[in-house]
Ligand binder design. Structure first.
Ligand code: COA
Length: 189
């Protein structure tokens, strides 16, 4: 009989000596990860995965049909990112664990300077499935917030689908609150 494999589950809050995440507690886990700008090659892989993920989310939310989803997702991305990785104001980052140097996820955010007050907009954050629930998304968003603050952003906005309970919970714990809701009622014929 083989021995049970030892799986090391590290939590960033424990590693950094920071208190466990709580909306009441100010945590500083951003220093446990660093945001590294993507290279062209990394962006190519990322773009394809983002198209697939965005298509899937829209199908799941009931907005798009499965057959059209990929093309619609591709078009949306093309519209937003007219110059790809070099599109002004857009930041594409790998989330790197400072200690191990490993990439644990990605963040795509934008400097939205169109309104009265400049605000960051998080287009997408993903943590690798096997690295979830260790505080990486929270740490990455903290790091992103610090970067955005440094660039003059006064707030951070994002959109999340209602079915994405994990993300909603993570955002709420970081201090985000809901500013609008889109509701849907299917009509039977
Ligand atoms: C959403 C996502 C980025 C969260 O990443 P993560 O690194 O696991 O998040 P964290 O470890 O920082 O979690 C912070 C808190 O969020 C909540 N949370 C995260 N995942 C959760 C889940 N699956 N179920 C319930 N709560 C969850 C918990 O309260 C968690 O704190 P806890 O672990 O102390 O209980 C990750 O699940 C993901 O990549 N999902 C797929 C892509 C996606 O949906 N991105 C968001 C698009 S808007």
């Amino acid at each position: 009989m083989s021995a049970t494999p030892q799986v090391e589950i590290r939590r960033l809050d424990a590693m950094c000596g920071a208190p466990k995440l709580s909306s009441q507690v100010e945590v500083t886990m951003g220093e446990c990860v660093r945001l590294v700008p993507m290279s062209e090659a990394e962006f190519g892989t990322y773009e394809q995965a983002t198209v697939e993920g965005y298509a899937e989310e829209n199908v799941q939310a009931g907005y798009w049909e499965a057959e059209e989803a990929l093309e619609r997702a591709r078009q949306s991305l093309r519209q937003i990112l007219s110059q790809g990785l070099a599109t002004p104001g857009h930041h594409f980052c790998r989330v790197e664990d400072v200690e191990s140097g490993e990439t644990v996820g990605t963040v795509w955010w934008f400097e939205d300077r169109a309104g009265k007050v400049p605000r960051a907009y998080v287009y997408y954050i993903v943590v690798e499935p096997r690295r979830r629930r260790r505080g990486y998304a929270s740490a990455a968003l903290r790091a992103m917030e610090a970067e955005a603050r440094g660039l003059g952003m006064a707030a951070v906005r994002l959109h999340v689908f209602a079915h994405n309970h994990a993300a909603i919970r993570a955002y709420e714990r970081l201090g985000f609150h809901t500013t609008s809701l889109t509701m849907l009622k299917p009509l039977s014929s």
